[in-house]
Design a protein around this ligand. Structure first.
Ligand code: CAA
Length: 404
């Protein structure tokens, strides 16, 4: 029997994350956005609350959570602020390739000291380059083997928390001419000589998260810093994104739901033409559509995560969950601003910050157009195995379909 309810543990985990959000994120979201400082205090508190290093196994110092459990946490944190959610969740993005590609020995050596440190130590995911955004296989950061070391040269950009991270998961290539076939992923300690942090991006929203340029100039790392072997890098990146896109979707669900709640509270109090504005169908129907989007997005997201936890490929579901949930976040935040009218546009209220924050969810970890590329490729492939039952008849007899 299918069971859509959360277990006692899952409910408690979601409530714990919501409590964290209500206490530390929601009341401070505006200050965190305007501070222009990395939110170390929140990250440290999240670590102490067991809300960081979510997938790192317990014996390595993490929480050992499933992706489903991560989506519960991401929804709750996203409800508070998408920027803070990006900061806290980008850490999982950085560690996921390592968890996919490393041996137990590598985890013990490189990850345990960071994850088990009582002080929060972060990772940063370094895939994107100025010439390689949507086309991830076009990266030019080169790794060359020199004796028992790898030497890395290149530039990365949009590395979330790259300026404060302790370890970088860096996607490289041994031959840029060979596309994805020669890609690798290296763990690079952020204090390795030759790692140079560049400028921080100045964004329209999500300002409690930071993205930077990183230059790698003759950076030498030990031979065992590679995850798997040369040639595994692209698949490690794609398998990582299959998981983390579900988590971004969950942030979107959080934003979409918060937008419903803020809009509904406003519509329930604000009176015009002698009645609460929620009584007007023009507003009431908007609220219903907003809730429908949040609800659909939540279940698509949880399903995508559940598939991954069951060991099943979830590329299509994860991409489509990201599309549904982050589009829902953008639409709901925009409608929330609209319902609140002039107040929605004011910085004193949360709606405009939600709207600016939601936009980035539709762009990072693969634009929503790239998600449609991933999903449609798989839909076309699956269609070859599908029998719709339709048979073309000609003069009452079976005839071959002209396109088959
Ligand atoms: N799992 C396993 N293997 C996969 C896979 C997956 N999900 N996806 C692809 N592959 C395999 C394919 O099977 C193929 O292997 P074979 O040749 O052995 O069959 C190989 O990888 C190449 O696949 P494609 O031909 O599909 O690759 P492509 O070059 O056409 O690109 C893409 C595919 C989907 C467009 C990909 O480049 C992509 O996802 N781009 C977006 C990148 C992205 O999301 N960047 C975000 C960076 S992180 C960020 O933004 C966060 C931040 O911190 C700011």
């Amino acid at each position: 029997m299918v069971d859509f309810s959360l277990s006692k543990h899952e409910k408690e985990l979601f409530e714990k994350a919501m409590e964290f959000t209500r206490k530390y994120i929601t009341p401070n979201a505006r200050e965190l956005e305007e501070a222009n400082e990395f939110p170390w205090e929140i990250a440290q508190k999240a670590k102490e609350a067991g809300l960081m290093h979510l997938h790192i196994p317990k014996d390595i110092g993490g929480q050992g959570y499933t992706l489903f459990e991560e989506t519960l946490i991401a929804e709750a944190i996203g409800y508070g602020d998408a920027g803070v959610a990006t900061t806290l969740l980008a850490d999982n993005l950085a560690f996921t390739p390592i968890l996919i590609g490393s041996t137990q020995e590598q985890l013990e050596k490189y990850i345990k000291p960071l994850a088990s440190d009582p002080k929060v130590k972060l990772g940063a995911f370094c895939l994107t380059e100025r010439v390689a955004g949507s086309d991830a296989a076009a990266i030019k950061t080169v790794a060359e083997k020199d004796g028992d070391e790898w030497v890395i040269n290149g530039h990365k950009c949009f590395a979330t928390s790259g300026h404060v991270a302790s370890i970088l998961s860096v996607f490289t290539t041994t031959d840029p001419e060979q596309g994805y076939k020669t890609m690798a992923c290296h763990m690079v300690p952020a204090d390795a000589p030759g790692v140079k942090i560049g400028f921080l991006e100045n964004k329209m929203g999500q300002s409690a998260s930071f993205q930077c340029e990183i230059e790698f100039k003759d950076v030498r790392v030990p031979a065992d810093c590679i995850l798997g072997k040369v040639g595994d890098g692209f698949k490690i990146a794609m398998q990582t994104l299959d998981k983390t896109r579900a988590s971004i979707a969950a942030i979107g669900v959080g934003v979409a739901q918060r937008a419903v709640h803020e809009a509904a509270k406003f519509a329930n109090h604000r009176r015009q033409f002698g009645q609460k504005i929620g009584k007007f169908q023009g507003i009431a129907f908007l609220l219903a559509d907003m809730e429908a989007r949040a609800m659909a997005a939540r279940w698509a997201t949880r399903y995508a995560a559940w598939l991954a936890d069951k060991g099943m490929r979830n590329s299509k579901e994860s991409s489509l969950a990201k599309v549904l949930a982050t589009d829902a976040a953008m639409l709901n935040a925009t409608d929330c601003v609209q319902i609140m009218g002039g107040y929605g546009y004011l910085r004193e209220y949360p709606a405009e910050q939600m709207m600016r924050g939601a936009k980035l969810l539709q762009i990072y970890e693969g634009t929503n157009q790239i998600q449609r590329v991933v999903a449609s490729g798989l839909i076309l492939k699956e269609s070859k195995e599908i029998d719709t039952g339709f048979r073309l008849k000609y003069d009452g007899k079976d005839a071959p379909n002209p396109w088959e």
